[in-house]
Design a protein around this ligand. Structure first.
Ligand code: N2P
Length: 339
């Protein structure tokens, strides 16, 4: 009996070891990957994908800091790549193992947040703007001011995202989204405090559904999801405000604590295949950084809404790590949310 038990125990140990080798744990923005792409990777490589999702960079930071879950691939935005690298939470990517890096448009490489792309590989890019319902607004808005207009009280949604909300207030005040001056930040906080009574929800996961259902009339949000619904419902319009806002690049990266590093490289390289990049871009609504993918994308998805030109983006900026000032913003944000 004892012997049998021991054999059983050893067998299960073997199976779990083999199982470990054959998986990749991915922590990524919700709505980024389509199920068919995951299945294709699993079929081609025999590696199974465990997927967890998040809707803010800060949620990702917290997960990696506490170390409770072990992820092999994560997708931080620009400023978060900087923060994670400074905190030694990412590992160097072995570029030899990512030959498909060659497909990435050079303009997305060697950015200030990772000058040699040692820790991150660009994946999607996009903007932060807002969408409105044509049937409810008697105007054609082009300014962040609309999100602060009393007549839309109770019909406004803001992203549940500290940096994104401050970016809106700062742009409205005529400043950079990376402003660090305390007096200016205080003014931005006051603006957001006043706005709070007009805001129905702070929501980063269902902002598209909230405006689609008519629950709100104006929704602050990210390009992909908002552009996607505006393509199927002509009553919804996505706006890039004249004051400018956030331009962002989301990147594939491997945490220091990853246990399946080999598989992480395989997964990243797979996502950079032109056909695969094309598919996930069509699915998510977000713009690909992969030039060779464009020929696989249905031209109906290569619109100025999804790919705004430089002129439209002239007042849009990438977020930067604000260093110590982040703590001040954290405090302001808690005050706003708890008032
Ligand atoms: C939301 C994806 C947008 C990410 N699902 C912005 N960095």
């Amino acid at each position: 009996m004892r012997k049998k038990l021991l054999i059983l125990f050893l067998a299960s140990l073997l199976i779990s070891c083999a199982g470990n080798k054959n998986k990749v744990n991915v922590y990524i923005w919700s709505d980024y990957l389509s199920p068919d792409v995951i299945e294709k990777f699993e079929r081609e490589t025999g590696i199974s994908v465990n997927l967890d999702t998040y809707d803010s960079n800060e949620a990702l930071l917290e997960k990696l800091q506490t170390g409770v879950s072990k992820y092999d691939v994560v997708v931080p935005s620009d400023y978060m790549v900087q923060i994670l690298t400074k905190q030694n939470l990412l590992q160097k990517i072995d570029k030899q193992k990512i030959p498909n890096l060659r497909y990435i448009n050079k303009k997305f490489l060697n950015q200030e947040f990772d000058p040699e792309n040692n820790f991150s590989v660009p994946f999607f890019w996009g903007t932060t703007g807002f969408a409105y319902r044509k049937d409810k607004l008697g105007e054609v808005p082009n300014s962040w001011q609309t999100l602060f207009d009393e007549k839309y009280a109770g019909k406004i949604l803001m992203l549940d995202d500290m940096r994104e909300c401050f970016a809106v207030a700062l742009k409205l005040l005529g400043h950079s989204i990376n402003e660090t001056d305390t007096t200016v930040l205080l003014k931005a906080k006051d603006l957001l405090m006043k706005q709070k009574k007009l805001v129905k929800q702070y929501n980063s996961s269902g902002f598209d559904q909230a405006i689609l259902s008519g629950d709100v009339w104006i929704a602050h949000g990210w390009s992909g999801q908002l552009v996607k619904i505006s393509e199927t419902d002509t009553n919804i319009v996505y706006v890039l405000p004249k004051e400018g806002g956030t331009l962002w690049i989301d990147n594939l990266a491997i945490p220091k604590s990853a246990e399946n590093v080999e598989n992480a490289h395989k997964f990243i390289n797979f996502l950079l295949k032109p056909e695969i990049s094309a598919r996930v871009s069509e699915f998510s609504g977000y713009a690909t950084v992969n030039d060779s993918a464009k020929k696989f994308i249905n031209p109906q998805y290569l619109t100025p809404q999804r790919y705004p030109d430089d002129e439209t983006l002239k007042n849009f900026e990438l977020m930067k790590d604000l260093g110590k000032v982040t703590r001040l913003l954290d405090r302001f944000w808690t005050e706003i949310k708890s008032q």
